[in-house]
Design a protein around this ligand. Sequence first.
Ligand code: AP5
Ligand code: ZN
Length: 213
Amino acid sequence: KRVILVGPPGCGKGTQSPLIKDEFCLCHLATGDMLRAAVAAKTPLGIKAKEAMDKGELVSDDLVVRIIDEAMKKTSCQKGFILDGFPRTVVQAQKLDEMLAKQGTKIDKVLNFAIDDAILEERITGRWIHPSSGRSYHTKFAPPKTPGVDDVTGELLIQRKDDTAAVLKSRLEAFHVQTKPVIDYYTKKGIVANLHAENPPKEVTAEVQKALS
Ligand code: AP5
Ligand code: ZN
């Protein structure tokens, strides 16, 4: 299966990904995680991406298409992949279709994490992440066993630099202006499943399973 997860910041894409990944044996490709790794490693790509990310704006299409193209070539997941946070513009969606067409494949399903903007600030400002695995926690909704510490590795959790109420405003604007048209693009192809992303994580997981089975 080739699946796209789309939705605003904090809608639950990163939370649901590991569950889908394990159940359907898919590989998880998250452009946000890849970009944060590049920023942390101070690679040329990371240096270019950092400015836009810190402001909550989208990184250029060329840059993200390049990293997703490389990541897809490298993956060995035969059963398919989950794209988390890509494509985020219609140009990215068209490029993706072209890349897949060359391999004789296409996207099977787009999961639209539909949710009201008003819920997202609390989710974003309460999030703590384990940077190397991408695991995320929430002080109120999904607390780690020990505050500030990853359950699996015992390593320290951090907050993302763009997880502030102010930067969230720009990220939401980017979503509404640039990413909403991507949902329309796939709706016309008849492959979008709309989820109730405001529900508790377990209920969202059940909807995801239904959409993919
Ligand atoms: P990216 O990393 O993709 O961030 P985002 O889209 O803003 O999404 P988030 O990771 O914030 O949200 P999520 O849906 O994964 O939420 P989570 O599950 O963690 O992108 C970051 C930046 O990189 C962009 O701003 C841009 O600059 C750049 N970028 C990335 N891709 C790009 C692209 N394709 N093109 C251009 N630029 C790109 O959940 C959030 C919190 O809520 C967690 O604490 C979680 O525990 C909690 N939670 C989750 N689900 C629930 C629930 N059901 N109920 C209660 N709490 C919940
Ligand atoms: Zn995420």
